[in-house]
Design a protein around this ligand. Sequence first.
Ligand SMILES: [Zn+2]
Length: 342
Amino acid sequence: MNDSVPVEALALHQGLLTIDTHIDIPWPTGPDPFVDGTRRVDLPKMQRGGVAAGCFAAYVPQAARTPESEAAAFERAIGMLQAIRHMGRSENGIAARVASTVAEIEAAKRDAVLAIVPAVENGFAMGNDLSRLAEFRRLGACYMTLTHNGHNAIGDSCNPRADLGDAATEHGGLSPLGRAAVAELNRVGMLIDVAHVSRDTMLQAAALSRTPVLSTHSCVRGLCNNARNMDDAQLDVLRDTGGVIQITAVAAFLKQDAKPDAVTVRDFVDHIDYAVKRIGVEHVGISSDFDGGGWFTGWRDASESANLTVELLSRGYDRQEIAALWGGNFLRLLRIAEETAG
Ligand SMILES: [Zn+2]
């Protein structure tokens, strides 16, 4: 924990059910998550930083869409979900537990156990087979990011991959399979993550989904013109459909063409302020994208997470608002997904 954090702010921070909604894991192998090591997130850093829960992504890079690569992508996603689940144990004096429902995440916080929340990043992981979504949920996945960089069979990405032969748009948003995937994600009780998708894909998913959609890691275009960020009209759609944008710690999304060293906690909270002023505090949240490109000065790793709470307090947010930003809004959506499932 950062020594400069005032004692009252630290107490408030540690009392919150804080959730970082997007963290990457090493694959195929990496450092022991129970040892404070070279990763921006490991369990000792989460504990020191007062991060109660982390959504860990089984991330599948986009590749050419062949039956072989789709099978490999599915295998990788399953393997990564199993590795994420394996973090749910006690070791080195640290207790962690897989938590895939609101009740489980809340219980972990009550028990002072770190909550490991599995997720899938890139719908390429399901290929053309909708039945795979239920398998992801069975392994605890709470959300699936519909695309990554590059279009897939589900829909268009905001970052087409020329090296994979992508045109600017392929489906004009969601494909028919993508529309079926949204319905199936609703049915199995997983949230629909619109980070990485094109504007049209996002708008169509928001209109179609029976549960509000969220971006688990994006920032706002009004402050930084990056394809990964949401413009004002998209933010308004999130407000009107009950969705959430989880502002993320990627320097180039926060400040035009910036390197992480040139970005501060104030820049990050500027994006939170912007979204809150436009669509309300109940539609905004926090994510790091640690170990997937996210970090900046003042939030270099999970151990520094209380610095965000200090900045939010200094800008006049009260405890209830900070709790909503730090995970309450995400849990509201997850609860709706659970209630809507089946
Ligand atoms: Zn991502």
